[in-house]
Design a protein. Sequence first.
Length: 141
Amino acid sequence: MRRVALAMAFIVGSIASASAQKAEIEAVNAKWTEFFNKGDFAGVASLYTADATAFPPGSAMVHGDTAIGAMWKSMTEQVSDPKLVTLDVKPLGPSAAREIGTFSLKTKGSTPQEVTGKYVVVWEKVGNDWKLAADIWNDGR
């Protein structure tokens, strides 16, 4: 009976931990969107690990938080108004997690369009902060 109680406590603790990770990650996503919309790309870069890698569609990998911030800054010439929806966060231990989600944004130009897509992020806990370590996305659902 004691083993069952311990197993149940572990399961409940794991679920609570996963829920907390998701809430913390969604809060960082909200900061990312806020920084992007304000044009604060140093702020965007600060949400990535120093050795992060971004995998933009149809382009070369981008390495490092500073280069990733510059990449997002250059993208503002083409897109605006990003929205992120977290669908799932899977804990990969106490200091790592995998997030799956969808996004939408608007293109700029003479005939603006809404683009939708999906993404996967590997998160790392650095100190007390969750940071994006690997970020890949593409269009389509």
